[in-house]
Design a protein around this ligand. Structure first.
Ligand code: CO
Length: 424
């Protein structure tokens, strides 16, 4: 490929040009037949965004031998659900396309503060210091020698639904609620590591720091971390994805996403919060009286109907209403659905598994008669906490907050079947 022939024109860097040339040469080699059918199919999916290539579909798949095994699996090219970038620092999970309660790793929402770092696993260290008897710097292999723990948990960015505080801004459920996902997380319990190092009695707070270009930091109360916090190296059965913190992240189940520090490199034990940027100028909640709530860690119970949802169009007749509910305090105990703007409620079925601090799928069969209606869901968790109406939430918190918007979501179905986001 010549420089002038590249669509980006003459301003591209030399490195970019070389990368593109390498890709082109590799593709030619593959297509030349040395790798054959599998390689061609693989490159076809790599090239999809530029060429929109699709496999040839036989009239009868039982009459044609299928493709060979592949080294690392790809989904069907007919499936198109994707994360949608909100900006260079976040992308949203396509909840409208989700099934069950797990999020595929490739569709887990992203939020980072200065990009996804490239970290070599054997060079990475986790240092634990401050008020411990024996400060230590762990390699990844050191950490994998400790007893491993797996659990499922949702992670929700505390800024999920932030665009809904003032007006019904999100057009789809991906835009209104897509900063939450559920995965299986595997690692070592923080209390196991701290038991090994010895915690000094005066220690009460922990500074967690990432090795990204933001050196993301949060202060977290030690007693809470001792209950459930994990130092994770795996997600859904394989090493963490780079955008999820490869090779190490903190998981604090039920707490706002940014406490689950990604690319974790340091934990420092102290006697008080460290008052970093991310808990003073950021991640606080401005109340109507001008004071700010600080260290609001727990993500309170929330639910949303994912189908039918904004941007979809439905036909009169039987429709299964379904969606997701979750609570940072434990299990979802009940989800109710209203098809008349909150005047009456019906109990939805909770689909197993119903696990603490995980997305829970709910469903309710419903017959739409073709009139203008408003659909809502509301949930209650096992502590008795009820998801608030928008009016209840705004009456307490005002509309100056960015974080922790968990009000009941309303979807209007117009008589023509078009679904839109409304504040009801
Ligand atoms: Co908060």
């Amino acid at each position: 490929m010549t420089k002038s022939g590249h669509p980006d024109g003459p301003n591209e860097s030399r490195a970019q040009t070389e990368a593109l040339e390498t890709l082109t040469v590799n593709r030619r080699r593959l297509l030349a037949g040395t790798v054959g059918m599998v390689g061609a199919l693989m490159m076809r999916s790599v090239a999809r965004s530029e060429e929109a290539a699709m496999p040839v579909v036989p009239d009868d798949p039982t009459r044609v031998p299928g493709a060979a095994p592949t080294a690392y699996g790809q989904r069907s090219p007919f499936e198109q659900a994707v994360r949608v970038p909100r900006s260079w620092w976040a992308s949203l999970t396509p909840l409208q396309d989700s099934q069950g309660m797990l999020t595929p790793s490739a569709l887990h929402f992203e939020r980072h503060h200065n990009g996804v770092p490239v970290i070599h696993p054997t060079r990475h260290r986790l240092m634990i210091h401050g008020l411990v008897e024996r400060p230590w710097s762990f390699t990844l292999d050191d950490l994998k020698r400790f007893p491993s723990v797996s659990r499922l948990a949702f992670i929700e960015c505390s800024g999920n639904s932030a665009i809904e505080w003032r007006a019904p801004t999100g057009k789809t459920v991906q835009q209104t609620h897509g900063l939450t996902s559920t995965s299986e997380w595997t690692g070592v319990a923080l209390k196991t590591l701290l038991g090994e190092l010895g915690v000094k009695p005066e220690a009460s707070w922990v500074l967690a720091e990432g090795s990204d270009a933001a050196a993301m930091t949060r202060s977290l109360p030690l007693a809470s971390l001792m209950e459930e916090a994990l130092i994770c190296y795996a997600q859904n059965g394989e090493p963490l994805r780079p955008e999820q913190g490869y090779p190490l992240r903190l998981l604090v189940p039920g707490w706002e996403g940014n406490t689950c520090i990604k690319w974790l490199r340091r934990l420092k034990l102290g006697t008080a919060p460290f008052m970093t940027r991310e808990e003073t100028s950021q991640y606080t909640d401005l109340m109507p009286d001008g004071t700010a709530r600080q260290f609001t860690m727990v993500m309170e119970a929330k639910s949303v109907i994912t189908s039918p949802s904004g941007g979809q169009r439905v036909q009169p007749g039987w429709i299964e209403i379904n969606g997701l509910a979750w609570s940072g305090r434990g299990r979802i105990a009940q989800v109710e659905v209203s098809t008349d703007g909150g005047r009456s409620w019906q109990e939805a079925v909770l689909q197993d598994p119903v696990l603490p601090k995980c997305h829970t799928r709910f469903r309710l069969p419903w017959r739409w008669n073709g009139t203008d209606v408003i659909l809502q869901s509301r949930c209650r968790d096992e502590t008795g906490y009820r998801q608030p109406t928008r009016a209840e939430l705004v009456s307490v918190r005002g509309v100056n907050s960015i974080y922790h918007y968990n009000a009941i979501q309303s979807w209007r179905i117009a008589a023509d079947g078009q679904v839109t986001n409304v504040h009801a």
